[in-house]
Design a protein around this ligand. Structure first.
Ligand code: ADP
Ligand code: LRH
Length: 480
């Protein structure tokens, strides 16, 4: 097979990047051509994303990609889930909200008054997260006229697809995070949309990963310096769906995964959804995966706890903090630290997280961390414990045996977190690749170009060869 080169635009809640992947003959190489910060923007009317700034970052990265790799065959975009832009008459209506904005609380109440959570779960199979798109839309409806003016809703990667090609679609894996897709059919749930009083006409037609969205518009070609239109292809546009493609699992029926960046997405890949009462009570989700697989997982709060704490300390001290140094100092601590519940709702909003962690510790009779290093150790131990428990719950809910945990994403660079997750779970952790999401994005595009075998297993074998993971065996004496 002739190798192909494709460009992945991967937008995380912490940063965005443009990466060119070269795929062929079972080989894969990745090269980062652009990286840009993603910071929430507080305004008098709430917390927003700098959506056009991110789009500019993507265009700049794509320009570098085209300059260095003029033959790239296609572009694919993935991002964090649930958030959207409304369009009316071809114009974006307002600035998209950030899922951490406080408005969603009112939306939860309004939506549950119309459709109780148990019924929602039966229909959409999604764990309760207060920012699921359906709650945001319920808030939007109560707030003002925008929803009434809208003729289209585009989730973030679909928004970028529209900016690039002029074509509006809804990619299925990300659409599954809206709460408005039927978990058993994979189609928009028209009945639920009606029960919630939402306008059915704003939801574009669904497409699957691998389908062509369109070709770049002439203005895009000028911006990125391309001498021809380039295809834009749907990938697992929910970043976690792409990440799961990029996990080098050898036997997905015995493996758990943790996609660990801003969030820690902990779970299993299944062939069929599990929407039992026990799964609902454990707050496990059944998100749509690539090739119709199910991402059965739970959102653990993730490294947001650390990055937001670091942001606070940098604000207070006026100086930059080096993360690897801080983690090394945390690793050197030998006295016990507090293990708190990272999923406590108080940790979700931006602001002074160390103060909230201290408050949790006081309330629960745990030792309050006394230094940045102690806070860091406490966060890492708490995440490792939550990861271990969540893997165990996933195994129990599905009746599976888990004998390996794959940890991918930026968190796989955190050696202390990987080691402690292995220790606390008693299961070996295979760490990496760091860029599993961009890899999954690239591989689905390459497959659409005919440069790989057809199955996810073949794609994962390519990842395992190109990016062999680092193994952390549990240390028996450290298992608590
Ligand atoms: P997202 O895709 O959600 O933006 P990433 O997968 O890029 O997140 O992961 C970002 C996180 O990875 C950071 O918040 C940080 O905690 C962690 N990280 C990044 N680089 C390092 C490093 N060198 N050492 C330890 N942790 C790191
Ligand atoms: C991770 C992620 C996660 C969602 C959250 C909103 O980036 O997409 O899967 O639950 O962001």
């Amino acid at each position: 097979m002739t190798p192909v080169e494709v460009a992945a635009v991967d937008l995380g809640a912490t940063s965005g990047r443009v990466i060119v992947g070269k795929v062929g003959g079972g080989e894969l190489s990745m090269r980062t051509l652009g990286r840009f910060e993603n910071r929430a923007v507080p305004t008098p009317n709430g917390l927003h994303w700098d959506m056009l700034g991110l789009y500019r970052g993507a265009l700049t990265g794509l320009a570098a990609a085209v300059r260095e790799h003029p033959s790239i065959a296609s572009i694919g975009v993935d991002s964090w889930a649930v958030d959207y832009a409304l369009f009316g008459g071809g114009r974006m209506l307002g600035t998209p909200y950030h899922y951490r904005d406080a408005r969603t609380a009112a939306g939860v109440e309004a939506a549950h008054a119309l459709v109780p959570f148990a019924e929602l779960y039966r229909r959409n199979g999604l764990q309760f997260l207060p920012f699921n798109t359906l709650y945001q839309l319920a808030a939007e409806r109560a707030e003002g006229p925008l929803l009434g003016l809208a003729d289209a809703l585009l989730l973030v990667p679909d928004l970028f697809g529209y900016f690039l090609t002029g074509n509006a679609v809804a990619e299925r894996t990300n659409a599954s995070t809206t709460g408005l897709v039927d978990v058993s059919t994979g189609q928009w749930d028209d009945g639920l949309i009606e029960l919630l009083g939402l306008p059915r006409g704003i939801f574009p037609g669904l497409v699957d990963p691998g389908e062509r969205i369109g070709a770049t518009l002439p203005y895009v070609q000028r911006e990125i310096g391309a001498d021809r239109p380039i295809d834009v292809v749907a990938v697992g546009s929910h970043d976690t769906a792409s990440a799961v493609v990029g996990i080098p699992m050898q036997d997905a029926s015995r493996a758990a995964y943790i996609s660990c960046g801003t969030w820690g997405l902990v779970g299993l890949e299944l062939e069929h959804p599990v929407t039992s009462d026990a799964a609902r009570e454990a707050n496990f989700t059944n998100e749509g995966g690539v090739d119709g697989r199910v991402r059965f997982l739970h959102n653990v709060m993730g490294l947001w706890l650390l990055s937001e704490s670091v942001r606070q300390w940098e604000l207070e001290s006026g100086s930059a903090i080096d993360l690897p140094t801080l983690i090394a100092e945390a690793g050197a601590i030998t006295t016990p630290v507090a293990v708190f519940d990272p999923d406590d709702a108080r940790f979700a909003a931006p602001g002074d997280l160390p103060a909230r962690i201290a408050e949790w510790c006081r309330e629960h009779g745990e030792p309050v961390p006394a230094s940045w290093a102690e806070f860091t150790r406490s966060i890492i131990e708490s995440l490792a414990e939550a990861f271990a428990k969540t893997v165990q719950t996933a195994a129990e809910l599905t009746g599976r045996d888990v004998d390996v945990i794959h940890l991918v994403g930026g968190g796989s660079l955190n050696t202390l977190l990987c080691r402690r997750t292995a220790d606390r779970s008693g299961i070996p952790v295979l760490a990496g690749p760091v860029e599993a999401t961009a890899i999954g994005n690239v591989l689905v595009q390459a497959r659409a170009q005919g440069a790989t075998g057809a199955s996810l297993e073949e794609l994962r074998a390519i990842v395992a060869t190109a990016f062999p993971p680092l193994r952390y065996d549990p240390r028996a004496s450290s298992v608590e």
